[in-house]
Design a protein around this ligand. Structure first.
Ligand code: BG6
Length: 537
């Protein structure tokens, strides 16, 4: 039985990862316990990990290997969704190690690490294939890499590979991303670098390419002749949780757009690659990023919207304003919502806008790509009221419910020819069963087999920051005057709706905003909803 699309796509590769040691920097952090360890467990469960495999955790905390093994065991029990399988937990226990200390301490930490790696490879008879996962803040990427290289653990030799996975954010603007790329490329080769974006590990994101290029009926209409516009929404219901410190210096635009959102844009817009080799796919993605024109200051005023959430009601309980969140400055002007109208200057997409938006504390958690087609050229059905005249729409649901919907018009039964909107739904769950996947399985596996297709290249990262920088520069020069400007639990600030209304369009919201009584903007960041659920100024 096929019990998950993850299993299906991975099984079809019929490969097992190569024997190797995974070294995780930031081994006691959240990412390791919530995503990386469960992903490794899922891979092992499906027999995708080699028997000759070991994990070395590296962190600031001084733990013994025994302490770390206990932590790994506890985290796996807490975060895996399928199990636990005691035999598998024991398997992990036998091949997990730890070394801790100050990341600046060249001799102690990295000397100890080198000794441990020697010991582990000898004990488990693993060839010296190493992959380093830097789940650390980006300011440590170059420093840690240089120390690894200095200790002779970064150079590929004797047929053994050395790979480096870098978590996002990769830089905080174009200049820092360029500097980071240049620093890393002085130390290792581009082919050794895997810049991770966990959106590319999501099945439905990978399915965009299969949907477009594995079927013959969609691609002929996937262009400016048939499509009116495209909307990409990555809406989150949660606020900033415990990440106020990081988020307040980043903001929604930096946090989500140069990476996740632009990846979705490129996969939706790219030309068919000549093959599914890493560079063929990434070449086409890079062309899209180059074709998105940076914003002029005037464009930013008309085609970019930012917002910040105020207090609001979610699931019947009051949630605090962003400015009241832990580790957030009480007068913070950081945006928690961003919407952009992107224009892709190429033959396929000229004059077809891509509206993208993302935000925290929105009405619901959902990520979708809406392909809105043009109206039929001639209205035959004169008796149908204008609001019932259907335009075709394909909705790619990325999360939480993964699937694809085709929206079209059908005749309403009865003696008069009248039309009404209907949906045809494909749901992943119904067809492939429940997924046991964190989204990181595919990416870790690909790194272990040396396939960089789903990882960002240096030029892609820089092209993305170039777009985002052009907006950030203007926003920095013109601080917002009306924050907070949307209530938690709504679809963002009214300016976001206005941006589309100016083009005669509206956002396709998955659920409507709750209707509340009209009320005034209150004190201390408290914002209340107007009739439509929007903030009343
Ligand atoms: C991360 C962002 O990259 O993606 C977070 O830093 C965001 O702020 C998260 O919450 C969203 O990921 P997902 O997979 O839950 O959509």
């Amino acid at each position: 039985m096929i019990n998950s699309e993850f299993n299906l796509s991975m099984a079809e590769t019929k490969k097992i990862a190569e024997p190797c040691v995974m070294v995780i920097f930031g081994a006691t952090g959240d990412l390791t316990k919530r995503k990386l360890l469960p992903a490794l467990y899922n891979l092992a469960k499906e027999d995708f990990l080699p028997h000759k495999f070991a994990i070395i955790g590296v962190g600031r905390q001084e733990l013994t290997t025994q302490d770390f093994r206990q932590q790994v065991n506890d985290h796996l029990r807490e975060f895996i969704t399928d199990g636990p399988d005691e035999k598998l937990l024991k398997w992990f226990d036998e091949r997990t190690y730890y070394t801790g200390g100050d990341f600046d301490d060249d001799r102690k930490l990295f000397g100890d690490l080198k000794d441990l790696m020697g010991q582990v490879t000898a004990e488990h008879q693993i060839p010296e294939n190493y992959f380093y996962y830097l789940a650390t803040p980006p300011d440590l990427f170059a420093k840690v890499t240089s120390k690894i290289v200095r200790h002779g653990l970064g150079k590929e030799e004797n047929g053994n590979w050395r790979r480096f996975i870098y978590e996002k954010p990769f830089g905080r603007d174009l200049e820092s991303a360029k500097r980071l790329n240049a620093d890393l490329l002085k130390l290792v080769k581009e082919r050794q670098i895997y810049r991770i974006d966990h959106y590319l590990g999501k099945e439905t994101v990978q399915n965009i390419l299969v949907f477009r290029f594995g079927n013959s009926i969609f691609e002929p209409i996937w262009n400016r002749n048939f499509i009116d516009h495209i909307q990409i929404t990555v809406a989150e219901k949660l606020g900033v949780e415990q990440r106020g410190g990081y988020y307040d210096s980043a903001g929604a635009l930096r946090d989500m757009v140069p990476n996740h959102i632009l990846q979705l844009v490129t996969l939706t817009a790219m030309e068919p690659p000549v093959s599914f080799e890493a560079d063929s796919v990434r070449d086409e993605q890079a062309k899209i990023l180059q074709a998105i024109q940076p914003f002029s200051p005037a464009d930013v005023l008309s085609r970019a919207v930012r917002g910040q959430y105020g207090e609001g009601v979610e699931d019947g309980r009051t949630v605090p304003a962003y400015r009241g969140e832990d580790k957030v400055a009480p007068q913070s002007n950081t945006e928690t919502f961003a919407a952009l109208k992107l224009c892709i200057d190429n033959w396929r997409w000229a004059d077809i806008p891509f509206y993208v938006r993302t935000g925290k504390r929105m009405a619901t958690k959902h990520s979708t790509i809406v392909i809105q087609f043009k109206r039929a050229p001639f209205v035959l059905f004169r008796d149908t009221s204008i609001e019932k005249l259907t335009t075709n729409r394909i909705v790619l649901h990325i999360q939480p419910d993964e699937g694809i919907t085709l929206h079209f018009g059908a005749k309403i039964p009865g003696p008069i020819v009248n039309m009404g909107p209907v949906d045809m739904d494909f749901n992943y769950l119904d067809h492939f069963g429940d997924q046991v996947s964190t989204g990181y399985e595919r990416l870790l596996f690909d790194c272990m087999i040396g396939d960089a297709t789903l990882f960002q290249r240096a030029d892609m990262v820089e092209a993305s920051w170039r777009i985002v920088d052009s907006v950030l520069d203007v926003w920095r020069a013109l601080p917002p005057r009306d924050f907070p400007d949307y209530a938690a639990g709504t679809w963002g600030p009214p300016d976001s709706d206005r941006m589309l209304e100016a083009d005669g369009r509206t956002w396709k919201n998955l659920i409507e905003e709750p209707k509340t009584e009209e009320c005034e903007k209150g004190e201390g960041g408290k914002v209340e909803k107007g009739k439509s659920g929007k903030v009343k100024k």
